[in-house]
Design a protein around this ligand. Structure first.
Ligand code: IVH
Length: 394
């Protein structure tokens, strides 16, 4: 038990450290996928061992405290996080939980708004009587930074909305991001497009923010007074009319099979898009149902993020074994430091044969990229020669 507690606390500490870098310094230390895996491992441990508890658990906190550079404001309605789904199974369970909660049977048809999840920085924009008054970062979900003047430099953010249907008081929420093509010209300064968006939103001088071409896509709302729409798809349509940008790949879909089909379609288009997406967000379309379902801890019960799976990860070769197959064939196998690839813990990678080892110049102690595609045995894609220990042997 003590061992489990220790492992758990190590993971919590690691996550807190990564949070600090991400939210305070806008300088992520690990990829989103690695972050999700770590978060998931913590949640799985908590689920299995009920005695595990921490105030820094991802089940308790959203994001991190805002930095000291900007004035802070309470969000009138908290900015929540989303729980993740990685498989069809996860989606089935998500729908099952919803039907259960609503006391409905399998026949009950749920319509979802399926929206590609843009990998940027979320912001909440307060409009009073059609006028853009204040813009906050997400911060810790309860309290955000006042970045109004930086947000005001973004062309996609309307400053005045005259439409008589526009609510008299509303927080419009969405994602600030930078296009991959625009990132090209500034890539020396930032690690990735999201980092660039986050960094430029936090400039002290809005003139500096203005130099970086930021975009905004709207997808939800927080506090509202006078919103007439009854469902998400109508709301998204209205956002367009009011002058906001929405994601052109948004769809309304029902049935898990159709969600999966759409997921696959979008995943294929992913490389052709000019912005990064890391999954699809599914939201129950009907606002009334959303309200009935409410939230659990820091995520709504009525929405989930279906993440694209990464099938690659970086690990280290601990040893090389020779395996003898049924037919007597000898296959070299790399014993690698166990690593979670798309939800599966991988500790072996095939090296195929001697030629393959020579061709890729794979050695014990090397840092390597491992790929696991479908059900085939994981294999080594490449070696990071910069990380090779000085005394390594062929
Ligand atoms: S809705 C309560 N819709 O995902 C629902 N979020 O992990 C939460 N995101 O902080 C927000 N695309 O930065 C929503 N179409 C979309 C989204 C989206 C990206 C981000 C957003 C949020 C995070 C939740």
């Amino acid at each position: 038990m003590d061992k489990i507690k220790k492992i758990y606390e190590e993971k919590i500490n690691l996550l807190s450290k990564y949070n600090k870098f991400y939210y305070e310094k806008s300088e992520p230390k690990i990829s989103d996928q690695q972050y999700d895996i770590l978060k998931n491992e913590i949640l799985l441990l908590e689920n299995k061992y009920k005695f595990l508890r921490s105030k820094n658990s991802p089940s308790k906190i959203v994001g991190y405290k805002p930095s000291k550079n900007f004035k802070k404001f309470q969000h009138r309605v908290s900015m929540l996080s989303l729980s993740n789904a990685f498989s069809e199974e996860d989606l089935k369970n998500f729908e099952k939980r919803i039907l259960n909660f609503l006391s409905e049977n399998q026949e009950f048809k749920i319509l979802y708004s399926a929206e590609p999840k843009i990998d940027g920085i979320s912001a909440s924009l307060t409009y009073k009587n059609g006028k853009f008054e204040r813009g906050l970062s997400r911060g810790d979900g309860k309290e955000g930074e006042d970045i109004t003047s930086n947000l005001a430099t973004i062309k996609d953010i309307p400053k005045k909305i005259l439409d008589k249907d526009f609510p008299r008081d509303i927080d419009i929420r969405g994602e600030v991001f930078i296009k991959n093509s625009d990132f090209e010209s500034i890539k020396e300064k930032f690690a990735n497009p999201r980092n660039a968006a986050s960094g430029s939103l936090r400039q002290k001088n809005p003139e500096d923010t203005k130099k970086i071409p930021l975009n905004f896509i709207a997808y939800t709302f927080g506090f509202e007074q006078g919103l007439k729409q009854k469902n998400q798809s109508d709301y998204l349509k209205k956002l367009d009319e009011w002058g906001f940008k929405t994601n052109p790949l948004n769809k309304t879909i029902s049935g898990i099979k159709n969600l999966i089909q759409n997921y696959k379609n979008v995943e294929q288009q992913r490389t052709n898009l000019d912005f990064d997406i890391d999954g699809i967000v599914y939201k129950i379309n009907n606002f009334e149902l959303q309200k009935r379902l409410g939230n659990v801890a820091n995520a709504p019960r009525w929405a989930i993020a279906h993440k694209f799976s990464s099938n690659k990860a970086i690990s280290k070769i601990l040893d090389i074994d020779i395996q003898i197959g049924r037919t007597g064939a000898l296959t070299p196998v790399a014993k690698i430091k166990p690593i979670n690839i798309g939800g599966v813990l991988v500790s072996n990678a095939t090296l195929h044969n001697e030629d393959e080892i020579k061709r890729k110049d794979i050695r014990i102690g090397d840092t390597v990229t491992v790929e696991r595609a479908g059900d085939v045995i994981p294999h080594i894609l490449s070696v990071d020669f910069n990380k090779r220990p000085k005394k390594s042997a062929k």
